[in-house]
Design a binder for this molecule. Sequence first.
Ligand SMILES: *Cc1c(COP(=O)(O)O)cnc(C)c1O
Length: 371
Amino acid sequence: MITGDTTITIDLNKLGRNLDAVRQMVGEEVAVMAVIKANGYGHGAVQIAPTLLAHGAGYLAVARLEEAIPLREAYPDAPLFVLGYTPDRLLETAVEQRITLTVFTAHQARLLSEAGKKHGLTPVLHLKAETGFNRLGTDDVNELRAILQTPGLNVEGIYSHLALKDRPSDEIQLKRFLDMVYTLEQEGYAFRYKHIADSISAVDYPDFRLNMIRPGAILYGMKSFESDCITVEPVMSMQTRIARLRRIEVGEGVGYDLDWVAQRPSVIATLPFGYADGYPRALGGKGYVTIRGVKCPLVGILCMDQCVADVTDVPDVPDVPDVQEGDTAVIYGDGTQNTLSVAEAAQLAGCNKNEILCRLTQRPARIYHSC
Ligand SMILES: *Cc1c(COP(=O)(O)O)cnc(C)c1O
């Protein structure tokens, strides 16, 4: 396979260090379920899985069963978890593939039990408790009891998810969760894993860690938490090369609708990336790339496959021989050396950091670095 000029670099050493930092922060009694849904937040789930397992992830979690299947094909023994809802018709596949499911109805527990019997396997599941997020789960303890009483199942855990509105409302959710867990434990049921914390809550609320956490964003170096008790680094960077340089006169327009018009004699660089690579179209006219350490604003309407940057202020372009067509432009960096961080891109585009990451498409080749 050939690799074009627009590429995404994934630093597996940084990914491993981020997970090490998380595990160090929570200590050995807390298991880490590493969330790699949405193709590992754009980083490539199959490619990053070995690093996460080698650095002590206890589970790899995806949102839907169809994301777990390629991971199972690549890693026959990896512990895999589905966070979302699995339709009835796919439950048997999940059992055969030995994938741990999220379950909150006695109806699905029965179907799993039957599938387990048929294949001579014990389906593994975590109960999902509804504590106020109102997305998945049940707050009916009788329903949870019915699942626990279904024969032939391994109910390995129980969990819930926080709305992260503010500390008081998150605490109400935690209390509802622990009340449900306590009620069931009093009746003699035991759970190997109890979990409610994602990246933000795992850092900012130490008492929410229980004995398992489910970090996603933080593993990729995204910081939305407030505490500075942990340092993580962005794992992903994205870069391209200048396809063409051109001088234009005052009054000349660039791109669709000639939306941007040069106010001074300008040097513009055409770059081979666009919204079909997952770069937000909303960053046309707002984002920038970094060439020779200089911020070069994107001008005009961002196209599907290409965009144009104003490189007039890059010293000596294009006359100095070391700056020319083919030179590197940083699309996303770590925010140092005038590069656009994922956090700043999210702010400019009016979305969140996870969206910037997971919208990256398959077109740019991923290049994996490790030593
Ligand atoms: C996506 C997800 C996570 C991870 O969230 P981050 O904010 O990326 O840490 C944890 N739990 C559930 C249920 C999720 O859907």
